[in-house]
Unconditional design. Structure first.
Ligand SMILES: [Zn+2]
Length: 389
């Protein structure tokens, strides 16, 4: 008994599927095809002319390309120009041909993407099916925080809440990165996208903007006594030689702050520079702090320092006539004038701290869902759609 009804159902399905197929056939545009060649058996010569004219008017950049998909039936024609654009040709009730340009909507889905880095961020994202576009976006957001070439260690992890765009179910690219968290070399770096007024930027959990170039001056106070020059009379050697830094006269013991976050690569002494510190920053920048009286012993060589951290104290060690700090910036192999060097930082005039705190809390929860599974299972599920409250 049930078999007979099943057969009926199958027959109905068969009809449904194949009746459609009988009316519309899919055609792949071939090399050398023209609109009139494709349409000659469906439309008259003058109709084809009218169709061509209407297409040019509605879609000026139209070009028929081999490989394009078309659907033909006895009285209609649809040509897929791209994933989201389709030209549809039909007959009106009056029997005239009509061309319409149809655009499929782009859908945005917020997803949580997470993974573990074995070699670098690009391969880690590729391993979980994400593209280089996302890696580049993340590298830009964290450019002053993380040196993706030098800081990354095997086992570092990341979590990203990002918009993904789809047209007809197919991924077309990323929208905004709304929040991200990196655990790099046992340090956590967070970024939250926040907009106030017309301006927006990325801020960490303490509402500090991530895109922060360098502090203008590495001292709380000090007087410039010597500027950056290719040639000056050296006060000690009495010879003309370049001076690739800015000297700030200040009392012995005045704290010296690192002007941007980075890693202390040298804490050393030399005859010329005296006690000095070299800090390596992202984007191939280094800063130097010379003639110190001493170091801040809490800051070890190889340690990560945050912008504004005290790394040492003003002194007159090395070749110096009086207590001062000689501050230098190098980009790749070129010395820059610290007084000309300004890294722009976006200023949000209407930053609402309360609103930002709520936003940061919301995304932190999304990135750290209550873990029912052990972490190895969580990492196996790399992309999860997120329900935004
Ligand atoms: Zn100097």
């Amino acid at each position: 008994m049930w078999r007979r009804s099943l057969n009926k159902l199958l027959a109905a399905l068969f009809l449904l599927v194949f009746s459609g197929a009988a009316f519309a056939e899919t055609y792949v545009v071939q090399r050398g095809d023209t609109l009139s060649l494709i349409l000659q058996d469906t439309f008259t010569f003058s109709e084809v002319n009218s169709i061509a004219k209407q297409i040019k008017a509605k879609y000026p950049s139209y070009i028929l390309k081999a490989g394009m998909l078309a659907e033909k039936s006895a009285d209609s024609f649809a040509l897929r120009l791209s994933l989201d654009k389709e030209i549809m040709v039909s007959r009106t009730e009056l029997g005239e041909v009509e061309v319409e340009l149809f655009t499929y909507p782009t859908e945005s889905l917020v997803t949580l993407i997470q993974g573990r880095i074995n070699t670098n961020l690009f391969s880690a994202l590729a391993e979980i099916g994400e593209s280089a576009e996302l890696a580049q976006g993340l590298a830009r957001i964290f450019e002053w925080e993380i040196d993706f070439l030098k800081d990354i260690r095997k086992g570092d992890t990341f979590k990203v809440v990002a918009e993904k765009r789809f047209v007809r179910g197919k991924f077309t690219g990323y929208g905004r990165v709304l929040a991200a968290e990196f655990n790099v070399n046992k340090r956590s770096h967070k970024a939250f996208w926040y907009k106030a007024g017309t301006k927006y930027g990325y801020f960490n959990e303490n509402a500090k903007v991530l895109e922060r170039g360098f502090l203008r001056v590495p001292l709380p106070y000090g007087r410039i006594t010597s500027r950056f020059t290719d040639s000056r009379l050296h006060p000690v050697t009495q010879k003309y030689q370049p001076h690739y830094g800015v000297d700030y006269a200040a009392a012995v013991g005045t704290p010296v702050m690192v002007t941007a976050s980075g890693v202390i690569v040298r804490k050393s002494y030399s005859e010329n520079n005296g006690y000095f510190v070299e800090v390596r920053h992202s984007n191939n920048y280094s800063t130097f702090y010379l003639h110190l009286n001493g170091f801040n012993n809490a800051v070890k060589q190889g340690a990560y320092v945050n912008q504004g951290d005290v790394i040492g104290y003003v002194g007159k060690s090395g070749m110096a006539t009086g207590p001062h700090l000689d501050y230098r910036i190098r980009h790749k192999n070129r010395w820059l004038n610290p007084l000309d060097f300004i890294a722009e930082v976006p200023v949000l005039e209407r930053f609402d701290k309360k609103e930002f705190a709520l936003l940061a809390e919301k995304y932190t929860k999304i990135m750290n869902p209550v873990q029912i599974f052990d972490s190895s299972v969580m990492y196996a599920i790399n992309t999860i759609p997120v329900m935004l409250p």
